[in-house]
Design a protein around this ligand. Sequence first.
Ligand SMILES: [Zn+2]
Length: 383
Amino acid sequence: MEKQSDTSLFTVLSHERRGLREEVICYRCGSQAEKATAYRCSLCGGPLIVSYDTYFDVSKIRWSLHSMWRYINFLPPSLSKPVSLGEGLTPITKIYDRQIYVKHEYMNPTGSFKDRGSSTLISRLRGLVGGVVCDSSGNAGASIAAYSAYAGLGCVIYSTSSGARNKMAQIAAYGSSLKIVEGGREQAMSEAVQASDGMGYHYAGHAWSPYFIEGVRTIAYEIGEQFSWSLPDRIYIPTSAGTLLLGIILGLKTLRSSGLLDKFPEIIAVQPKAISPLYNRYKNVGETSYTASIADALSHTNPPRLEQMVRELKIVGGDVVVVSDEEIRRAQRELAFSGIYVEPSAAVGYAAIRRELDEIIASDVRVLTLATGTGLKTADKTE
Ligand SMILES: [Zn+2]
């Protein structure tokens, strides 16, 4: 199929921010990356972040844009030509007549929150690279594949044999090349990096790429807007590679430094007990071996941003909890019975909330979780 001309698809926004400071730097050693497309520090191997001056000014929200790009004035200035499929602005529903809120992140274009990060990442890479290679358990792969297709970039996705069948079908449907690796997530990543070197494509793993997290920040901005800047007391975040956790923390920090929050929400990262590297590091649990979890999207045993997650969580005084597969199943079922159909990985936040229901009701605290992926992604596995 003929690739579409970019001028018909991508509108240039926010001219006035061009030329503002923006650097890609190492989170660990602080050195500056030589290329905007770098995905890890060439000196110490650490993960990279995008550093730029930002101040959240409500009057600068682009209200006419009905996507997460209404926050373009608070994103890195280089992102002036968005590759957008209309991601973001997902609704929030209160459930069970209690102070429990669910943000429907599965209502993004490919059925998961990953679209926010793919939109900013592919916006940054378009015009700089001919194609991308990414490793994924499924959702990020489907998302990167969709945005690559829209931007006219080649795309190769590496996944594992344990990946959900529907997710693999979705990745292939976007026209990307799907490679199945025997072994875990780390093996898929290693093969994806090698393949990108060999074929001249850019490695765009979502767990590493600094511009991916930038899109996820917009979740915090939206929650702020949807709650009229009086945020819930606690936010429960399904956590694996950490892009969701870090994106929300970064966004909230920007809101706080801009004087918009009277109180910073308590951040609770939630992991499946079967694969819980952040919990183990945060709580100083010794070496643990991991098994598979029903939450197939939360499969990182050694996420590259682990140190960053621990540090940022400590800075904001957050916590980490783990939930069993049985609790995840029950949470998934209960959410469906209240009209919210999610995949197991998207139910872990609610699984943690259920444990504290009595306390939540008694204290009248407001809690929120993210329903990160649609139940259709794993419908073939639903028991
Ligand atoms: Zn470094």
